[in-house]
Write a protein that binds this ligand. Structure first.
Ligand code: ADE
Length: 274
């Protein structure tokens, strides 16, 4: 039976969607994950939940140990990972309160550790040139879209985000440049989680909850109060989506997709000749 990893972003640190949650402390070759993980079930499906920023939200985006988070989920045997992330909107038609299921991301972070294969762990030898296309697992992404449709949640089935380093929000100049690139979203945590999941051969997709119009509009400028206010008004949608999509995920036999992704990950590693 499938085991689902769930990474809760801002506002979903402890969404209380698990039955019989058990706290599990995990150490990894890459250090400690953001917090203890919670193992439990959602409507009978095994799930493991991790708060990306820690359950007290005390880890800023650039300091999240993304490698330890992904490795911890991997070591607990999750087959697929779904995540949530709070985002600003860069386009008028992408409205606060809506969900977006991104199909790609533009990486504007710097200095984040974005590969397991950097020589620091003997269990990950060689150099890994993983494909960044497709960035998100399409089968999983489509299940999230289907959930949103069936729950009648206002959403966009496509679009890409710009992931900035943060922790500051963008300048107006930056925001307008990102808009001119055609990006729908801006946020601080879309990278490198999706790529690390690919290196582990784990199908991964994310739901973006739009909280604000960033700062490109004359009338409104993002602030943490605005982000949290919109998030609290809409967090129910994200929780309902997680619960619904977990049931859909459990109806799928993931064996062939996981085998395909593990092979793709293995084939991306160059081992130095002796
Ligand atoms: N998270 C939520 N809103 C954001 C914004 N406007 N920029 C970056 N990260 C965000």
């Amino acid at each position: 039976m499938v085991k689902v990893g769930i990474i809760g972003g801002t506002g979903l640190e402890d969404p209380q969607i698990l039955s019989n949650p058990k706290s599990v402390v995990v150490e990894t070759p890459y250090g400690s994950p953001s917090d203890a993980l919670l193992e439990g079930t959602i409507n009978g499906v095994d799930c493991v939940l991790l708060a990306r920023h820690g359950r007290k939200h005390d880890i800023m985006p650039g300091n999240v140990n993304y490698r330890a988070n992904l490795w911890a989920l991997y070591s607990l045997g999750v087959d697929v990972i779904i995540a949530s992330t709070a985002c600003g909107s860069l386009q008028e038609h992408v409205k606060p309160g809506q969900l977006v299921f991104p199909d790609s991301v533009f990486d504007r972070t710097n200095g984040r550790k974005s590969t397991f294969f950097d020589g620091s762990h003997a269990g990950a030898p060689g150099v890994c040139h993983i494909q960044s296309y497709p960035t998100y697992n399409e089968q999983l992404r489509q299940l999230m879209v289907t959930s949103a449709k069936s729950l009648d949640i206002d959403h966009h089935a496509n679009g890409f985000g710009v992931c900035i380093e943060g922790p500051r929000f963008s300048t107006v100049a930056e925001s307008n440049v990102f808009r001119s690139w055609g990006a729908s979203l801006v946020n601080m945590t879309m990278m490198p989680e999706c790529i690390l999941a690919k290196e582990l051969g784990i199908p991964y997709a994310t739901m973006a909850l739009v909280t604000d119009y960033d700062c490109w509009k004359e009338t409104t400028h993002v602030s943490i109060d605005l982000v949290m206010e919109t998030f609290h008004e809409n967090v129910g949608k994200a929780k309902r989506l997680f619960i619904d999509v977990v049931a859909r995920i459990s109806d799928v036999d993931w064996t062939p997709e996981v085998a395909r992704m593990k092979k793709e990950a293995r084939d991306s590693i160059m081992i130095p000749a002796d």
